[in-house]
Each structure stands twice: as structure tokens, then as C-alpha cells.
Design a protein. Structure first.
Length: 152
């Protein structure tokens, strides 16, 4: 950002604090307007079906799949569809999870989770995570669509 004629760096907006000084006001950008980031701190590596063994067996597919989403915004990701206009990337409430997934959540003591986000890599292959703003905390690698119930 360049300086204006008075030598000040312009800000998006300012508010006054009793006329004593200008306080910059940050414009809030919706997380859906941002590009995604991935974190693995909550990854359930010990999960037999969706953990580290599955990650290792599918590492290239996972990395390539995540990379293809990095230049999109969350809004663009959520608008993607497949099979007669069904959303391919979307939040899933606990009632949309299979019994096995609920059992696993209980075992790893993730009581704070009220929904997960399902990110489609291809066909039935999904990445399951917990969305926190623009960040997807990856929880499971689900190559067979076994975490979320299907409507088929």
C-alpha cells in the first residue's frame, strides 16, 4: 500500500476514540471468501479405517486432491456439485454420520464436534475434517465414503 499526499498510509476505515487518535478498523472478511488451509493436529492417526495407514496408502491422492482446492475460496468449494446438482463438499451434522463414525468420535473424546466437513476428492473418496473458519482440521481419510451416511 502506498503513501498518500500527506505521507500517511491509507487504511480501509478508521474510528475515532474521543477525537484523541484514529484507530484502524479492520474490515471483516467472511471465511467463505478465503482460500482453504489444512491442519493435521486433530488427525485421528490411530483410527484403523480412516487414519494413518489409510493416509499412507493414499498419500499421493490426498496431496493432489487437497492441492486442487487451494486456489479456490470456501464459497467456490461449497458450490461445487455432482450427480444431479448434489453438493459434493458440505458440512455434515452428527445425525448424518454412520454408527462407526459416531463410535470413533466417542472413543477419541471429541465432544466439541457438532458437525464435520466432507470434502470430495473423487467418486467416493472423501477427506473428513472440522472446519474452523478458513481452516480444515483434517480428521479422517475416507476412501470408501464410510464416515457419512449416503442417501442412495
Amino acid at each position: 500500500m502506498g503513501k498518500n499526499k500527506r505521507g500517511k498510509i491509507p487504511t480501509a476505515a478508521t474510528s475515532r476514540d474521543g477525537g484523541k487518535r484514529d484507530i484502524p478498523v479492520q474490515e471483516q472478511e467472511s471465511p467463505d471468501q478465503k482460500k482453504p488451509s489444512w491442519r493435521f493436529g486433530r488427525f485421528d492417526a490411530d483410527c484403523v479405517d480412516w487414519g494413518m495407514a489409510t493416509m499412507k496408502a493414499n498419500l499421493e491422492k490426498v496431496l493432489n486432491g487437497l492441492a486442487k482446492y487451494e486456489n479456490l475460496t470456501w464459497l467456490e468449494i461449497k458450490k461445487m456439485t455432482h450427480d444431479n446438482g448434489k453438493s459434493q463438499n458440505h458440512p455434515v451434522g452428527l445425525d448424518g454420520l454412520t454408527k462407526e463414525a459416531i463410535k470413533r468420535l466417542n472413543k477419541i473424546k471429541n465432544e466439541d464436534i457438532v458437525s464435520v466437513f466432507s470434502l470430495r476428492l473423487e467418486n467416493k473418496f472423501r477427506i473428513i475434517g472440522i472446519r474452523d473458519g478458513a481452516i480444515l482440521n483434517i480428521l479422517w481419510i475416507d476412501p470408501g465414503h464410510k464416515v457419512c451416511k449416503t442417501s442412495h
